[in-house]
Design a protein around this ligand. Structure first.
Ligand code: DAH
Length: 345
């Protein structure tokens, strides 16, 4: 075999070796096999010494060319291996954007919380501050300072859970009025809204619950009037039952207000024509209100010749039941998710 044939054979076998290589590791081995210090070409070089002098330069040149060709094969294969690797990785990491996503389920606020927050927003917009008071209250704040002394017949209006003779579960949010007035100390105007739970010794049925929610409002100022109260409650009616509601005030009695009123809203269902929700009257009773009784102002440190106030108490469940057509108050407390989820916004 001529030297030339030998080089050709080496080149061919190198090509065969290289083109099946799949990893860098193997490629480096093959590179060492042919081009390394102890590689195939070191044997070839040994042939040089048997050649006549004049043939040596061209042999050297051919050897180098063969080496260059093999090196080129190796580099081409290296590029190929790298490209395959990148492509594999890309296809492994592709995201199929047409795959349906995993639905995240989110909860929602309880309807009563929603109603409270809606009213809070409205009143904050009118400059009110949100206040809270304790659910375990004293008889003094829950009744006495609200113009309901111990033997007052109107105490029967609110059947009470007593804890001791002087402490009880508050029967309404009105004691927060007292707490706030005492805190302010009779020197400054007041504009507050107090949402919270209240308790009464009622047997639970579709319209009664031993625990429910109220929102109390109190404004004390030097010029407060019944007209301010009516305007404020009209805002409430429109916010809760839609624009265009009307309200009417009927004389009523609460010990802590004088005069006292029962507030009706024109029926949102029939627009005042009469339906089964408003029992044919066109009006729905929604809350109690009035001008703060002078005795209450005085008992809480306000000079009743200088200050006047109005107050109101909203039943949150009643509002929600009317607005959303709920016919059993117990639905609010059983925490049946099927009920709660209907009010997801
Ligand atoms: N506290 C009353 C109740 O629970 C509701 C109420 C009526 C509150 C008139 C008021 C008010 O502030 O002025 O029945």
């Amino acid at each position: 075999m001529s030297v030339l044939d030998k080089l050709k054979a080496i080149q061919e076998s190198a090509l065969e070796d290289i083109k099946v290589i799949k990893s860098m590791h193997e490629l480096n081995d093959v590179k060492a096999k042919y081009l390394g210090k102890k590689g195939v070409f070191s044997d070839v070089m040994k042939l040089m010494k048997d050649l006549p002098n004049e043939e040596r330069p061209s042999f050297g040149k051919m050897t180098n060319e063969t080496k260059q060709v093999i090196l080129k094969y190796i580099e081409e294969q290296r590029t190929l291996i790298e490209r395959v690797k990148v492509e594999e990785q890309l296809s492994k990491e592709t995201i199929d954007v047409t795959l349906p996503g995993k639905r995240m389920s989110s909860g929602n606020r309880h309807l009563l919380t929603q109603v409270v927050e809606e009213l809070e927003d409205l009143f904050i917009g009118m400059g009110y501050e949100i206040m809270e008071g304790p659910e375990v209250e004293t008889d003094e704040y829950n009744f006495e300072k609200l113009n309901l002394p111990k033997d007052h017949p109107a105490r029967d209006m609110q059947d009470t859970f007593y804890i001791t003779e002087d402490t009880l579960l508050r029967t309404h949010t009105s004691p927060v009025q007292i707490r706030t007035m005492l805190e302010v100390g009779g020197t400054e105007p007041i504009k507050i809204l107090c949402p919270g739970k209240v308790y009464r010794r009622d047997d639970d049925d579709a319209t009664h619950s031993h625990q429910f929610m109220q929102i109390e409002g109190l404004v004390v100022d030097e010029t407060t009037s019944m007209a301010d109260l009516k305007g404020t409650l009209l805002e409430v009616a429109n916010k809760m039952f839609g624009e265009g509601r009307d309200i009417r005030l009927r004389p009523s009695y609460f010990p802590f207000t004088e005069p006292s009123v029962e507030v009706d809203i024109s029926c949102h269902n029939c627009n005042g024509k009469g339906c089964n929700i408003c029992k044919g009257t066109g009006w729905i009773e929604v809350l109690g209100a009035g001008i703060v009784n002078n005795n209450v102002l005085e008992a809480s440190g306000y000079d009743s010749t200088k200050y006047r106030g109005f107050a109101f108490g909203i039943g949150v469940e009643r509002m929600a039941m009317l607005k959303y057509g709920i016919n059993d108050i117990r639905q609010f407390y059983t925490n049946d998710l099927r009920f709660n989820k209907q009010f997801k916004k």
